[in-house]
Design a protein around this ligand. Structure first.
Ligand code: AGP
Length: 613
């Protein structure tokens, strides 16, 4: 959940580290720190609060040196304070560590070190790592070997970067389990390490990604990798085609706003090269889906967390309808511990923006152990979820920085639609004529999303009506039901308004008791097979004095006459309508949060990648 960056070269390290941390602040933002080696000594600066506090501290007391590490923290052990901020130093101050993950056996290791006379300065689990490395280095081993021994003692999942004043010409980086990535970036006479690509994109596109159980020795001229057991491994450099400018805010006030508007492009990119609109054909070569596998699958499980699981809920409906395969959505944090019934005829599809979500990766491991066909739909290129799957679909959205996921929600909706069409074709459940028609409709989707975005201003009144409420309900049916869940999640995570979502048909089974003047209801009622049902739901809500904000279809005159705020969107058939209905809900959440003065891109208590349980 934290951001890590490291530099070794001939330039001053501190500005590079601070700039890198700025790009990673979305990962954790309760404290930050940097450490730089100069004249055989390591100098550390750390500050509680946002990165700007650290920037001020470094301006006040500049750091010199061309080797260093930096960290932006999302607290797990110990309150967010200067004392608990990373980097953490060993007792002598000669070894300094930044870390992402949780040392599950840290109390046991801490006690062992305390018994041998080590005193601790912080409440963190990370300090144990620094002390443990020093303990092993005291035996006369190299820094690399000491890190190897220390990492071998840790339980849990970790990304770790270490420097030592005794070996100032190297950085050691290690990855154990799934606590987020460790990417090594190659420059000319300089090298970089980071937990996430945006920290590297300004400097290089040539990157290598560590796998679990690998440790890298990084010098100015290159890197070498060994396993924890000491076997040398070749980790190739890959060229990443993400654009550095894509990780900038540009003219937008917030990343979230920019990313909502990027959906016209990201959806176009998601289809590019994968669809022949004239012939109704879909090509997903990275998925490794053969006709034999398509015919063999008897069940599909879509597994994910948060927003990605809502995309899965839409995918389930599409796969069942077009490919006639029984499908279900399993929240990854539940699947991993439930000993689910999965066999080789089950396809497990993991969906993840980051590709590093600990629960999703654990669910994938479980599926792999049980012999499932394992696919992933992932945004971050080179991420663990992409690498451990049998086949993958890459979302093509570019970096998503805002903590609230937006463009990485709509891209997998299209990916899942394409997968459902392809499975339908290969299994013979989707007639050619219907396939042609459905695929042809896809072509206009980016333009229709653009049309929804162009109506942004018309949402201002609805946002104004929401800004002072404490609770609200989101309702939807059919393919709009997952959108109710996603709309409610967007509002609650960035505006802190309690928002609950329900399948609209469930209202009369309890939740309608909540409806009164102070409980706005956001209803999704596009022209689809569930339209009449939604109309009666809205009538029941209005009859109880509730304020209703409704998303409906252009040309509908019934809903605008019934509700307080109507949000019309262009028509598209129900299989693709989730891609449109979510757009006003993303904008509504954004505008409401801005009106409430909330920190939209870095909401309290959250982090972009949840790499701990
Ligand atoms: C989305 O707005 C959330 N912040 C969160 O629910 C997120 O979707 C979830 O943590 C899963 O992340 P992933 O897609 O990177 O796996």
């Amino acid at each position: 959940m934290c951001g890590i960056v490291a530099y070794i070269g001939s330039r001053e390290a501190a500005p590079i580290l601070l700039e890198g941390l700025k790009r990673l602040e979305y990962r954790g933002y309760d404290s930050a720190g940097v450490a730089v080696i100069h004249d055989g000594k390591i100098a550390v600066r750390r500050e509680a609060g946002k990165l700007k506090n650290l920037v001020k501290a470094v301006q006040a007391e500049p750091l010199q040196g061309s080797v260093g590490i930096g960290h932006t923290r999302w607290a797990t052990h110990g309150e967010p304070s200067e004392r608990n901020a990373h980097p953490h130093a060993s007792a002598s101050g000669d070894i300094v560590v930044v870390h992402n993950g949780i040392v599950e056996n840290f109390l046991e290791l801490k006690e062992e070190l305390q018994q041998s006379g080590v005193t601790f300065r912080s409440e963190t689990d990370t300090e144990v790592i620094a002390q443990l490395i020093e303990h092993y280095a005291a035996g006369g081993t190299t820094l690399f070997e000491a890190v190897q021994s220390a990492v071998g003692r840790l339980r849990g999942a970790h990304g770790i970067v270490v420097i030592s004043s005794h070996e100032p010409d190297r950085i050691i980086a290690a990855r154990l389990g799934n606590a987020g990535g460790v990417a090594i970036g190659a420059g000319q006479g300089e090298m970089f390490v980071a937990s996430d690509m945006p920290a590297l994109l300004d400097h290089t596109r040539r990157m290598a990604f560590l796998d679990s159980g690998q440790i890298a020795l990084v010098t100015r001229d290159g890197f070498s990798v060994r396993t924890l057991e000491g076997t040398a491994v070749e980790v190739p450099l890959q060229t990443v085609d993400w654009d550095a400018a894509a990780a900038e805010k540009g003219n937008y006030a917030h990343f979230m706003h920019k990313e909502i508007h990027e959906q016209v492009r990201s959806l176009g990119d998601t289809m590019a090269g994968r669809v022949d609109f004239e012939r109704g054909e879909v090509f997903l070569p990275t998925l490794q889906l053969t006709p034999a596998v398509a015919r063999r699958i008897k069940r599909v499980i879509l597994t994910a967390c948060g927003t990605a699981s809502h995309a899965g809920m839409v995918g389930r409906i599409l796969i069942e309808r077009l490919a006639r395969i029984p499908s279900e959505v399993d929240i990854a944090s539940e699947l991993r511990y439930r000993d689910p019934i999965i066999d080789r005829d089950t396809a497990v599809i993991a969906i993840s923006q980051s590709g590093e979500t600990a629960d999703t990766l654990a669910a994938m491991d479980e599926a792999r152990r049980k012999g499932a066909v394992l696919w992933s739909i992932v945004n971050v290129v080179g991420s663990q979820a992409m690498r451990i799957a049998d086949g993958y679909l890459s979302m093509q959205t570019g970096p998503e920085i805002g903590v609230a996921s937006t463009k990485a929600f709509t891209a997998p909706l299209v990916d899942l639609f394409l997968l459902a069409v392809l499975l339908g074709k290969l299994r013979g459940t989707l007639p050619d004529s219907e396939r042609l028609e459905r695929v042809a409709e896809l072509r206009k989707l980016p333009g229709l999303v653009g049309e929804c975005l162009s109506r942004e201003e018309s949402l201002s009144k609805a946002a104004d009506a929401l800004k002072d409420v404490t609770h609200c309900l989101y309702l939807g049916r059919g393919s709009s039901m997952p959108i109710a869940y996603e709309g409610a999640l967007k509002l609650k995570e960035i505006s802190y308004i309690h928002a609950e979502a329900y399948p609209a048909g469930e209202m009369k089974h309890g939740p309608i008791a909540l409806v009164d003047k102070s409980m706005p209801v956001i209803a999704l009622a596009p022209r689809d097979p569930w339209y009449e049902k939604m109309i009666s739901q809205i009538e029941q809500t209005k009859a109880r004095g509730g304020t209703v904000i409704a998303v409906c279809t252009d040309g509908d005159d019934r809903i605008p006459a019934m509700v307080d705020f109507a949000i019309p969107i262009p028509y598209v058939s129900w299989m693709l309508s989730p891609v449109l209905t979510i757009i006003p809900l993303q904008l509504l959440a954004y505008k409401t949060a801005v009106l409430r003065g909330c920190d939209v891109d870095q909401p309290r208590n959250l982090a972009k990648s949840v790499t701990v349980e």
